[in-house]
Design a protein around this ligand. Structure first.
Ligand code: GDP
Length: 296
């Protein structure tokens, strides 16, 4: 991720670092170039604007221009502001509640929701030593429920037995009851996805939310769709309310615009990154590490 941006910023900063002293106009020229690089990486315009304003304000400060290595100081400021843009207070998935902790997974069809549910369940089981139960609420697509069951077997996580003819709401309630009676720590509910924002789907997700009171509502969105992923997050947040985002297909995303825009546009933290098709391909989201990757 971020190959293009990293290359562009690298050449801007190499030039800046070669200069002994920096004038205000050197900083302004560099900021114009950084702005173009961010826009080319498909970062949302308001996020770019606020980023550039913050960097410029700090970079034309006297201590930078008068310092012995002004170029280095500008890079440091850009690094800090990238971390702030990504969400310096980003946390992991929060399980701090009475068991069984309900986690609702939402998103558009094809975004990687079911795969991510299994990836996260595997991680909670193996790393956090939690007993996890997964349930698919997709009553319209039998294949989706079957997919979750197969993934569950693959990662060694239980899935709620499938009963024909139930509604999403009934399945959710049955999952919570099973979670309580059978001593599960976490119940993950994989909601149905549609190919576009669909009010019926949203109403169903809201009904499930109201019935189980999820501790986390995680939106799974495809990083490759760039700003569409950000719009999807905003839509789900307005209609269902989300507590965090998991970006998928980050392995194929060379631009990184969705990752850099999410926090600024939605106000919600990215909690993990999907970095491949395999069930182990889930990474924690570390803004510091990502800023480091961007700046090379
Ligand atoms: P859903 O319809 O949202 O539940 O999507 P699925 O979980 O079925 O995923 C759709 C496709 O995306 C599958 O082929 C997954 O293997 C693939 N996929 C999911 N997450 C990732 C990821 O992080 N990287 C890559 N490369 N593929 C992914």
């Amino acid at each position: 991720m971020f190959e293009g941006l990293s290359e562009r910023l690298g050449s801007v900063f190499d030039r800046l670092k070669k200069r002994g002293a920096l004038s205000e106009s050197d900083v302004s020229t560099a900021m114009r170039e950084v702005r173009v690089a961010l826009l080319e990486a498909d970062v949302a315009l308001p996020v770019v604007k606020s980023f550039i304003d913050r960097v410029r304000e700090r970079a034309i400060g006297q201590e930078v221009i008068k310092s012995v290595t002004p170029g280095q100081m500008v890079v440091k400021i850009v690094h800090d502001e990238l971390v702030a843009t990504l969400g310096s207070d980003s946390q992991a998935v929060n399980l701090n509640a009475v068991a069984p902790v309900p986690i609702l997974m939402v998103g558009l069809q094809g975004g990687g929701k079911t795969t991510t549910t299994a990836k996260l369940a595997k991680r909670l089981t193996e790393r956090d030593r939690k007993k996890v139960l997964m349930a698919s609420l997709d009553v319209t697509r039998p294949a989706a429920r079957e997919q979750l069951r197969t993934l569950g077997e693959q990662v060694g996580v239980d899935t709620l037995p499938i009963v024909q003819g139930e509604t999403a709401l009934t399945i959710a309630k049955r999952a919570m009851t099973a979670g309580r009676l059978q001593g599960y720590d976490v119940v993950m509910l994989d909601t149905a996805g549609r190919t576009s924002i669909d009010e019926g789907l949203m109403a169903e997700a809201r009904a499930v939310r109201d019935a189980v009171n999820p501790h986390e509502v995680l939106l799974v969105a495809d990083a490759l769709t760039g700003q569409d992923a950000v719009t999807t997050a905003t839509n789900f947040d307005e209609r269902v309310g989300i507590t965090g985002i998991i970006l998928t297909r980050v392995d194929g995303d060379s631009r990184g615009g969705a990752a850099l825009s999410m926090r600024g546009v939605t106000g919600k933290p990215i909690k993990a990154l999907g970095v491949g098709e395999k069930v182990g391909d889930l990474e924690d989201f570390h803004p510091e590490r990502i800023a480091g990757r961007i700046l090379g």
